[in-house]
Design a protein around this ligand. Structure first.
Ligand code: GLP
Length: 640
């Protein structure tokens, strides 16, 4: 079936397929690639693949490796051309794309070294132009690209073709966008270390490929995917130029598809079954669209905005408005753990039992207070037994400068309280030496990671103290997948799930808070959420679990839309300031580069999001609060 012919996809200018998850999409694409290689092998033709880096294609490469190992797929007849490379990084640099491709794919398959091409990031400036032309020439000499794999950056870039790249652009040296550099900051252990330039195939080079598949996972990509697929092609979003290609497809997971019209506003592109969730979604949308509170929406507003059939089915506006207004009103509660001895028939949480045992899972220290610092404080104040579980140590995200300060402190303490050969003094001396000796991109030694982890523990304790959570109520799981991993290369296993299961069985919570459900599957938050999901499936038949409700909170990157919220917890200006203070305690996570403008610091972002949500509720005609934290109820999968 041609996807363009479906009514719901009428606005889509690129065939887009939505998969249950990233792995499902990658299995499909790997199977297609294997078939292509086998066809070309049989015809004694080489297969020319354009490859991409980033987290996105990693799962595809895992599938290709699996096909090689388990099904004898050979890459001897494959030539590869990578999209891009950072300028100025030698191949040996851990973050060079050359290194990345070898680690993630080439070292695990039988591709001949001579068949692999990655733009050379080390050519002197004067030779860059010639080197880029030679790269294009090599692609042409190989017969052109049979298939180009793409990811997409949050600026809408493909390869490193940042906004402003023209449709005709060819392989060249480019300057990286600020957002792109920020996104790469974690890999480079700080934004300051991220190269400013890169060499990339041009948009025109990419469009010359005979077939193109762009992959995207996670909600952070939803906005650019919707624009690339549905808006007019524009230089401000280079991925939109793919619309002109005769054989291009987007493979996305549900989260990355969530801003497509057929998902976000399906009533605009065909008839829909009006589920309660969809009715709420559409009325909230209408209210925002016409900038009127829900209770002031008129029949004309509905019919002039493509919602006439909702009116016919559920109208007139008067009753529908009241129904949705009440639903939204009932999401608001100052009692996130339930209000004891009160009628709870219209409240998001049950009144009993009171107090509740509450477990807050935080993927790294700081996610908890960023996403729900205000609610945490409320829960404690209202007498609940709150335990915060930090799933990972977060030590990968601590800059060396912070660790050097900490090691100095330990050294001073050791000097004050013990001899120079005491254990703390030795630790401080050795770790200090290691820190000074390491170059910017060396991985951390075990003692450095330990120190960095301890530093984050200290920050977490201070932040939680501000929220009223005592040190005894904090658990540091230090999950093993994180300790042995590196960004993009985490491979959690049974032991990690078992640790979450054990925590749940010990604490037997009535309420669980978790985050990361719609994030990029290789991100720490998504990996941690997946562990919670698996653990919940395992305890699903435990007696206590029947009484347990799971709530999802959101980080600052992808806040909830108002219509997705099942529980909205409002705050006073004073409470918001207290939350900001709590977030501020995670000082090692502040932005690493000074910026003149914009809200860059985590506490500023959290504050802004909570205020924005309150303004949204106000706009819908509900009470006007200073700030709101939102939560969605999550129904865990059944066991098995
Ligand atoms: C980098 C790469 C792109 C990639 C993008 C998205 O900028 N040059 O090719 O698509 O990042 O990265 P990720 O897949 O990690 O989200």
């Amino acid at each position: 079936m041609n996807v363009h012919t479906l009514e719901s996809q009428q606005r889509e200018r690129i065939p887009t397929e939505i998969f249950g998850d990233a792995d499902e999409a990658c299995v499909r694409l790997a199977t297609e690639i294997a078939a292509l290689i086998r066809r070309n092998d049989a015809a004694q033709r080489p297969t020319v693949l354009g490859l991409a880096t980033g987290s996105t294609p990693v799962r595809l490469y895992r599938q290709l490796i699996r096909l090689h190992r388990q099904e004898g797929l050979s890459f001897k007849g494959v030539l590869t051309f990578n999209l891009d490379e950072y300028y100025g990084l030698p191949r040996t640099h851990p973050e060079s794309y050359w290194r990345f491709m070898h680690d993630q794919l080439f070292d695990h398959i039988d591709i001949p070294a001579a068949n692999v091409h990655v733009p050379d990031g080390t050519v002197p400036r004067a030779d860059v132009f010639a080197s880029c032309r030679a790269y294009e020439e090599k692609i042409r000499a190989a017969g052109g690209l049979d298939l180009q794999i793409l990811g997409i950056g949050r600026t809408g870039h493909i390869g490193f073709n940042e906004p402003g790249s023209t449709r005709e652009s060819r392989t060249r040296l480019v300057t990286l966008d600020g957002l792109t550099r920020r996104d790469a900051a974690r890999d480079f252990l700080g934004e300051a270390n991220v190269p400013r330039h890169a060499i990339t195939m041009g948009v025109g080079t990419i469009l010359d490929a005979r077939a193109i598949v762009l992959l995207a996972w996670g909600e952070a990509k939803a906005g650019v995917i919707a624009q690339a697929v549905e808006a007019a092609p524009t230089e401000t979003l280079p991925a939109s130029f793919l619309q002109g290609h005769a054989n291009v497809r987007f493979f996305v997971d549900r989260a990355a598809a969530s801003a497509l019209t057929r998902v976000r506003h399906p009533w605009l592109v065909g008839s829909v079954t009006w589920t309660p969730a969809l009715v709420r979604q559409s009325v909230v949308w209408l209210s925002q669209q016409v900038q009127k509170p829900v209770l002031k929406l008129l029949d004309e507003d509905y019919s002039e905005h493509g919602m006439a059939d909702l009116l016919t089915e559920r109208g007139p506006a008067y009753g529908l408005n009241i129904k949705i207004f009440n639903e939204l009103q009932h999401t608001i509660t100052g009692w996130p753990g339930g209000k004891p001895n009160a009628d709870d028939s219209c409240r998001p949480e049950r009144a009993a039992p009171h107090p509740k045992r509450v477990v807050v899972f935080s993927p790294e220290p700081s996610h908890d207070v960023l996403g729900m610092g205000g609610t945490l404080r409320r829960l404690v104040e209202q007498g609940h037994d709150v335990t915060v579980v930090y799933q990972t140590s977060g030590n990968l995200a601590v800059p060396d400068e912070e660790a050097i300060m900490a090691v100095d402190l330990v050294a001073e303490l050791a000097a004050a309280f013990e001899t120079s050969t005491g254990p703390a003094a030795v630790f401080a001396r050795d770790t200090g030496r290691e820190l000074l000796a390491k170059s910017a991109f060396d991985g951390d030694t075990a003692p450095i990671r330990r120190l960095k982890g301890l530093l984050r523990r200290g920050e977490a304790r201070a932040a939680l103290k501000g929220c009223g959570v005592a040190a005894a109520q904090i658990r540091f799981s230090d999950l093993a997948f994180y300790e042995r991993g590196r960004y993009r290369q985490f491979s959690p296993d049974r032991a990690d799930v078992a640790s979450v299961v054990a925590m749940l069985r010990e604490l037997r919570p009535h309420q669980v808070f978790a985050t990361g459900d719609r994030d990029d599957p290789s991100s720490i938050t998504a990996v941690c959420f997946d562990l919670v999901r698996k653990a919940c499936a395992e305890v699903a038949t435990d007696d206590w679990f029947a009484e347990c409700r799971v709530w999802l909170y959101r980080g600052v990157e992808t806040p909830w839309a108002a219509s997705e919220i099942d529980m909205a917890v409002p705050f006073s200006p004073r409470e918001l300031a207290q939350k900001t203070q709590a977030v501020f305690h995670h000082k090692s996570q502040r932005s690493q580069t000074p910026v003149a403008m914009g809200l860059r610091e985590p506490w500023q972002q959290a504050e802004q999001h909570n205020r924005a949500l309150a303004a949204t509720y106000d706009g819908l005609g509900l009470a006007n609060y200073e700030a709101i934290e939102g939560f969605q109820r999550w129904l865990p999968p059944a066991k098995g």
